[in-house]
Design a binder for this molecule. Structure first.
Ligand SMILES: C[S@@+](CC[C@H](N)C(=O)[O-])C[C@H]1O[C@@H](n2cnc3c(N)ncnc32)[C@H](O)[C@@H]1O
Length: 253
């Protein structure tokens, strides 16, 4: 399937997926929260840890910085950042109380402190120019990307950095076909292995559809530039199926 042109992609994504985004995904993440981390290790064939280390390797942190992890889920990113630099003030926002409950317990077990906010990330409940660093991993396919990225730009301090990691639509059609051929049975097998509930089973098809309508790494860079970010760069791994983007808010903003 060829996705609509970049100029209308966001409207097309919203028209197609608004219902799933608003309700179905809430039920999915409430359902999968207790086994989300283990399921991801299996779905990525054990590569999750490697992917997160590669992503974290692109992020610089400095003592006393204020950090926001958007769609924090079970706090994988906040925990990884605090292990590297304990003198960070890390905030996590996610609308799933269930995912954050798992994340809070994970952080507590490690003696780490992450401020947790339950809320929808399309409106970030923070003042302008507030954070030194914002991260967002594995969630943009489920979001009105332009609106959330504009919010991230607003809450970043001038000169603040944004780091993004997600599964993207591969630029190569051949890789794309192989990728979906792998994902279909993989999603079915993971759902079966963990006894997923109705919400997650109903969304198996959505996960592939959302990828097909999503951005390639190059397109996502273009969106960041359009929204006013500077120093935009991307690194793709796993044949272009995952990308790490970095961008900064202008010092003049
Ligand atoms: C696939 S998980 C990723 C979690 C985490 N970032 C990670 O890397 O493991 C996607 C997360 O996005 C959250 N999410 C989806 N839509 C959201 C929204 N509109 N507002 C806040 N959180 C949202 C879900 O609740 C879920 O925790």
């Amino acid at each position: 399937m060829t996705p609509p042109p970049l100029a209308t992609r966001e409207t097309a994504r919203e028209a197609r997926f608004a219902g799933v985004w608003t309700q179905d995904l809430k039920d999915v993440f409430a359902d999968v929260a207790p086994y989300y981390d283990r399921a991801n290790v299996i779905a990525t064939l054990g590569l999750l840890g490697w992917l997160e280390r590669r992503f974290m390797g692109t992020v610089a942190v400095h003592p006393n910085e204020r950090v926001l992890d958007v769609c924090a889920g079970t706090n994988a990113i906040g925990i990884a950042l605090l292990k590297r630099e304990p003198a960070l003030a890390v905030h996590a926002i996610d609308r799933s109380a269930e995912m954050q409950a798992v994340g809070r317990a994970r952080a507590r077990r490690l003696g780490l402190s992450i401020a947790s906010i339950i809320g929808d990330v399309h409106t970030l409940p923070f003042p302008d120019d507030h954070f030194d660093l914002v991260t967002l991993q594995f969630a943009s396919r489920h979001l009105r990307v332009r609106r959330v990225f504009a919010e991230i730009h607003r809450v970043l301090k001038p000169g603040g950095r944004f780091h993004h990691c997600d599964m993207l639509r591969p630029a190569s059609r051949g890789v794309e076909a192989l990728y979906y051929a792998y994902l279909r049975p993989c999603l079915a097998m993971t759902a079966f292995a963990f006894g997923s509930g109705r919400a997650a089973l109903n969304c198996k098809r959505y996960f592939i559809d959302a990828l097909q309508m999503f951005y390639s790494a190059e397109e996502l860079s273009a969106v960041l530039v359009e929204l006013g970010f500077e120093h935009v760069g991307a690194q793709t791994v796993l044949a272009g199926t995952v990308a790490f983007h970095r961008a900064a808010k202008s010092h003049r903003a």
